[in-house]
Design a protein around this ligand. Structure first.
Ligand SMILES: [Zn+2]
Length: 149
């Protein structure tokens, strides 16, 4: 790992610990030539997650896109952004853990809904109305009824 100050290729690791979210290993390094200390992060290599859309088209998993949907669904619900981030972390973690690499947008929508239901029912219904793409009012009422039971 090249020293950012003098460009020397050799450094020694002086400290090594998991990052806060456990997604990476954080290493403090010290340049053997100039003594400059710097931090590096080691992450597992991530294979891209592919999302298959309703029309059959494919796109790479876009966390920001889901976040935008979540933010819309939780307007004025006083849900901390950290909660939404944790929700996304959980989904992304589940998807990567199962190692399939390809998932339908519907499956993702259901994963979001399952978690949202526990967090906030109003946000759940808002998100469902967009993601489930209800055909008519009856279908939506059915969803609401099953939710209220
Ligand atoms: Zn150096």
């Amino acid at each position: 790992m090249r020293c950012p100050k003098c460009g020397c290729d050799e450094s020694k690791v002086v400290d090594s610990r998991p990052s806060e979210n456990n997604e990476a290993i954080r290493r403090r390094r010290e340049c053997v030539r100039c003594g400059m200390r710097f931090t590096t992060y080691e992450r597992r290599e991530e294979t891209p997650l592919i999302v298959v859309k309703k029309d059959g088209g494919k796109e790479t998993f876009d966390r920001q896109k889901i976040m935008r949907g979540l933010v819309r669904a939780t307007v004025k619900r006083n849900i901390p952004i950290g909660t939404l981030n944790a929700l996304l972390d959980g989904i992304e973690g589940d998807l990567r853990d199962n190692g399939i690499g390809e998932v339908t947008s519907q499956e993702i929508g259901n994963m979001v809904l399952k978690r949202l239901l526990v967090i906030d029912k109003v946000a759940y219904v808002r998100f469902a109305s967009v993601y489930r793409d209800f055909k008519d009012v009856d279908e939506f009422s059915d969803e609401l009824r099953s939710l209220l039971q």
